[in-house]
Design a protein around this ligand. Structure first.
Ligand code: HEM
Ligand code: HEM
Length: 193
């Protein structure tokens, strides 16, 4: 455990950002005000927010606490995050196919795709190289640095994508945009730095 600011971050509870990620995801999935089970779109913002915010931030915070068990929990949470991100992508892909719309046509889509690709890669590298039991390069300082900063940048990209996606849907509502983005800004200080 470190000292000062770093030590405080290792003691951050996981539940506030986890709860906010779930709540904001569910909210963003209901642009009409109701949860529509039979609409593919419903499962896009909710899955993505639970994946990249609730699970992604929790996994990063857990890793900051250090130790064998926490590293394994970090990997497990990131596995859940990566799988759920795949579901979130499939939901919007099917939604677009259904309406005959072209794919990857916005900043939101490109930023989101970059985050998805990076998470897949980071998971593979984490499992093969950094896992405390089976990692083949777990003592490499260089690889650990790249994984850490790659993970931070990928998560930040996903959060920017989420804000852009939400703002696109609530274009003239600055208050709602601010309420959606500000918790992410606060959480990024604690979980991504
Ligand atoms: C949290 C991270 C998120 C990621 C990684 C992500 C990723 C993506 C990707 C890759 C696409 C393109 C799908 C395609 O073209 O086939 C897309 C489309 C879309 N997403 Fe997201 N998304 C996220 C969050 C959100 C949120 C929070 C909302 C809205 C509240 C949202 C709304 C949309 C909409 C409306 C589209 C279709 C229009 C477009 O392509 O820009 N997304 N998203
Ligand atoms: C989608 C997959 C993953 C992402 C996005 C990711 C992201 C991150 C992030 C952001 C950190 C820095 C945490 C901090 O601020 O201290 C980190 C550290 C770390 N992760 Fe992952 N991770 C992923 C998968 C894994 C897996 C599967 C393992 C293996 C169990 C793993 C092992 C580690 C280790 C050992 C560190 C510490 C590196 C160091 O600072 O020395 N990660 N990861």
């Amino acid at each position: 455990m470190g000292t000062g600011k770093a030590a405080k971050k290792t003691q951050m509870p996981v539940w506030p950002i986890f709860a906010w990620g779930v709540a904001a995801g569910v909210y963003a999935s209901m642009p009409s005000g109701t949860w529509k089970w039979d609409v593919w779109f419903t499962y896009h913002p909710s899955a993505m927010m639970i994946s990249f915010v609730a699970l992604g931030a929790s996994a990063a915070l857990v890793k900051k606490r250090g130790g064998y068990e926490n590293t394994k929990l970090h990997g497990t949470l990131m596995l859940a995050s990566t799988l759920l991100a795949g579901i979130g992508w499939y939901a919007i892909y099917r939604n677009k196919e259904l309406f005959g719309k072209p794919h990857l046509t916005s900043w939101h889509a490109w930023l989101g795709l970059a985050a998805l690709g990076a998470y897949g890669l980071l998971f593979a590298v984490g499992l093969v190289a950094l896992h405390p039991d089976i990692g083949v390069k777990k003592t490499s300082k260089v690889l650990r640095w790249w994984h850490k900063w790659g993970g931070r940048v990928a998560t930040a990209l996903a959060w920017v994508a989420a804000v852009v996606g939400f703002n696109n849907m609530h274009a003239s509502d600055l208050v709602r945009q601010g309420l959606f983005a500000s918790p992410l800004l606060v959480a990024s200080y604690f979980s991504l730095l």
